[in-house]
Design a protein around this ligand. Structure first.
Ligand code: 2BA
Length: 111
């Protein structure tokens, strides 16, 4: 038996939990905060058999892996009548990412 700790972005939580449940993994989510940036993130606890660990990590990678996302900025209205100030601006930003730890479970019981 193994325990997977996966620290992920809040935005990826619902999709990842859905995908893990769909594949038969039980999940507990904890609301956590990164120690460096002090931003809220989510830590998933996933207890599973050793032979299923790679499958769980594959699901995490697909749902949360680092990727580019297009974001649109609201046009500024503070720059006068210049047309450029009203043009929507688009940019690619990096989103996602997961930090995963896999640990041995000495004993597992449901009482
Ligand atoms: P990541 O390395 O992707 O880490 C994202 C979050 O995962 C971290 O949030 C932390 O909550 C958790 N985490 C990562 N590695 C961990 C570990 N070895 N043990 C326990 N938890 C761990 P934050 O601490 O707020 O860090 C956010 C991002 O800031 C990190 O992204 C990394 O790019 C950067 N960072 C973190 N610590 C740093 C440091 N001491 N110096 C420079 N950059 C740092």
């Amino acid at each position: 038996m193994k325990m997977i700790y996966a620290i992920i972005r809040n935005d990826d939580k619902d999709n990842l939990v859905y995908k893990l449940n769909e594949k038969g993994f039980s999940v507990t989510t904890l609301a956590t905060t990164g120690g460096f940036l002090k931003q809220k993130n989510v830590t998933l606890l996933i207890g599973t058999e050793e032979e299923k660990v790679d499958k769980a990590i594959e699901v995490i990678r697909k749902a949360c892996g680092r990727r580019k996302q297009m974001v649109y900025h609201n046009p500024s209205t503070s720059g006068g009548m210049n047309l450029m100030n009203y043009m929507p601006m688009a940019a690619h930003v990096d989103v996602g990412g997961a930090t995963v730890f896999v640990m041995d479970v000495e004993r597992f019981e449901k009482i």
